[in-house]
Design a protein around this ligand. Structure first.
Ligand code: FES
Ligand SMILES: [Fe+2]
Length: 478
């Protein structure tokens, strides 16, 4: 979107080198002389450009949500209805069932170790015995004792309840024996739930659901499994907000504003803008939605043709003088400096993926991909699970990235320990509104929020099920 006052200068793009990396070509840049808004026009007609593909899903989502966002003025929009098209999103307080979730860094459950982790409201005990990882329901089927209080493994493939000595297989959860009634007819017939687990690149993934698990690849962003991708995994931590506020917040075009308070942006002198806005046209060109295939369902957005402003005006009352507001980081910098520091934003691809993942490519440096998950814990909290990817061509560099200083200084310290702290804070800042004050009904959506509405609808259309409170009480198939 160009400056509405049309007070811009057009200049040839200076971003060729960087943009080639992303497979898009920048053809022209417009700079607003009054507001310092820089708009870059991309050539999306190249055959190999992802956004040049037909984007029927985005068109459909736009049509279904436009009437709920102000100022969209789209003739073809569906009429608003009493039941919002994102009803399933509203139901999914505890997460989407029948998906894989990253759960813990593998290193945090060493051999002979254990940890109880609550996922989607279900208490799950993870144990590693003789090198094998197991995940079982943390609830004895006899009378509900929590195994995690005193995990008792007499053998490497069983757990014995410390209360009345029911003994279960760790792999399939069936009763192996009762230590005090070895002829019990319950043996082999009854049991507890065992959860499918898979470990990849230092991450434990758990399948929470009732169906035959689909391949893990269907729930993890494309690229994760590439052989040359090394993954630096941070310890997940609990954020006290519902997981959906994380899932919406990661790509929220308006939330860019919060990062002006990130030490990383301040130290790097990156002016983080007052927020991004898009129109229907730019959205359809830059947001590519995908379903199924070899990867998960979700979308990728290239920040091209998005307005990012670093200066704005607060009009005076009744014709009084207007106040020019300039972001503190932008103050004192030349336009060239702002452009230089900001140009990574323009080419950054942001992807949101089911069930709860986000990718930012690249971030914070070229060649580094930030990947994070908002894993539902219970209705009011989620695990913030973050990892940084990079491509490596030998084992030494891989090790330096995963366990050494490289991953620390180029991803973990600037991002997980700093930049995304603002995101977690922002989620906690809106939790009360959504949890206790009927925020899902009371929220006053602005035009730029249409991307949130589109994601809510898409996620509801493509999830494999919704987690119910009954599941958290153990009412599921065993
Ligand atoms: S509660 Fe576990 S054996 Fe009784
Ligand atoms: Fe953010």
């Amino acid at each position: 979107m160009l400056c509405p006052e049309a007070n811009w200068v057009t200049e040839p793009s200076k971003h060729e080198d960087q943009l080639k990396y992303f497979g898009v070509q920048c053809i022209m840049a417009h700079r607003c002389k009054t507001h310092q808004i820089l708009t870059i026009i991309f050539d999306t007609r190249q055959e190999d450009s992802e956004v040049a593909k037909t984007n029927a899903i985005a068109e459909d989502l736009f049509r279904r949500t436009a009437a709920y966002a102000p100022d969209m003025n789209f003739d073809g929009a569906d009429q608003p209805s009493a039941e919002k098209p994102w009803a399933k999103w509203l139901e999914a307080e505890l997460g989407f069932r029948n998906h894989w979730y990253p759960t813990e860094a593998s290193r945090n459950i060493p051999d002979n170790g254990h940890k109880m982790i609550k996922l989607l409201g279900e208490d799950i005990l993870f144990l590693r015995r003789a090198g094998q990882l197991y995940a079982i329901e943390d609830r004895c089927c006899h009378r509900g004792t929590r195994f995690s209080i005193r995990p008792l493994c007499y053998t490497d493939d069983t757990i014995t309840c410390w209360h009345h000595a029911f003994t279960f297989n760790l792999d399939d959860g069936r009763i192996r024996t009762l230590l005090n009634d070895q002829g019990s007819s319950l043996i082999g017939r009854k049991g507890i739930k065992s959860y499918p687990v898979r470990e990849e690149k230092g991450i434990i993934f758990t399948f929470v659901g009732d169906i035959e698990p689909p391949p893990l690849e269907a729930d993890v962003p494309v690229g994760f499994f590439d052989e040359d991708v090394a993954v630096c995994v941070a310890d997940p931590y609990v954020v006290h907000s519902n997981w959906r506020l994380g899932s919406e917040g990661g790509y929220d075009p308006g939330h860019h504003f919060i990062h002006n308070w990130s030490k990383y942006s301040i130290n790097a002198r990156i002016a983080m803008t007052f927020g991004w806005t898009s129109t229907r046209d730019t959205l359809l060109k830059t947001c590519l939605y995908e379903t199924g295939g070899n990867g998960p369902s979700g979308f990728t957005r290239i920040a091209s043709e998005t307005s990012m402003s670093v200066a704005a005006t607060i009009p005076g009352r009744n014709g009084g003088p207007a106040k020019e507001v300039v972001l503190p980081i932008a103050g004192g910098q030349t336009a060239e400096e702002i452009e230089m520091f900001g140009k990574m934003d323009f080419a950054t691809k942001v992807g949101a993926w089911l069930p709860c993942a986000l990718t930012v490519d690249p971030w914070p440096f070229p060649g580094v991909i930030h990947n994070e998950y908002y894993v539902p814990r219970d209705a009011n909290s989620h695990y913030y699970f973050q990892c940084g990817w990079t491509k490596v061509d030998n084992e030494e560099t891989a090790n330096e990235w995963i366990n050494g200083q490289l991953g620390q200084v180029r991803w973990k310290v600037p991002v997980q320990e700093d930049f995304t702290v603002q995101d977690a804070e922002a989620r906690e800042g809106i939790e009360k509104f959504y949890a206790e004050e009927d925020g899902w009904k009371q929220e006053q959506i602005a035009a730029f929020d249409i991307e949130l509405l589109m994601w809510r609808v898409f996620a509801g259309d493509n999830c494999r099920g919704v987690q119910k409170e009954s599941h958290t009480k153990g009412m599921f198939k065993r």
